[in-house]
Design a protein. Structure first.
Length: 157
């Protein structure tokens, strides 16, 4: 039997589950660090993925709770894309990554885990970052604790 220890997951397993959309932010910034909000823009914000595919996995979301691109106003769409561009530059500079996956899954059928509130994923990538552990056991290794990554990226905004 193989064992993979991830003791930080117990916080999620035993902790309270949100009864509201995790991407709908309060007006106050008091919870931003706890919620891993990196930046608030005019119509959109940047938040870290609490369960990342790779180190530095972040997301860009509009404030407004919408599920379709066609529901965004011109201003919201521009702010979202401006933040995607800015985040791309920050990730490349901070992590020295060789590539970035940028993705948007519209709807559950397209793979959206939270389809009710659209959000763009930005995942830093390095040549060879899919090591044997991912190929053999469908497991990802994230080399830095999420709180350390948050502090480092927060300073970039």
């Amino acid at each position: 039997m193989k064992q993979l220890w991830a003791p930080w997951r117990i916080e999620y397993i035993l902790g309270p589950k949100p009864d509201a959309c995790v991407f709908c932010l309060p007006d106050s910034t008091e919870e931003d660090e706890e919620r891993l909000v990196l930046h608030r823009g005019g119509h959109a914000f940047v938040i870290m993925n609490r369960y990342p595919y790779n180190n530095g996995h972040i997301m860009v979301c509009p404030y407004r709770h919408v599920s379709e691109l066609t529901e965004l106003s011109r201003e919201e769409a521009h702010d979202v894309m401006d933040l995607v561009q800015r985040c791309s530059g920050i990730l490349k500079q901070h992590f020295n990554c060789e590539g970035i996956n940028v993705g948007l899954n519209l709807g559950k059928a397209a793979g959206a885990g939270i389809g009710e509130h659209l959000h763009f994923h930005l995942v830093p990538r390095w040549n060879g970052d899919s090591s044997f552990i991912a190929v053999m056991d469908d497991v990802r290794t994230v080399p830095q604790h999420i709180r350390e990554t948050y502090k480092a990226l927060r300073a970039c905004f």
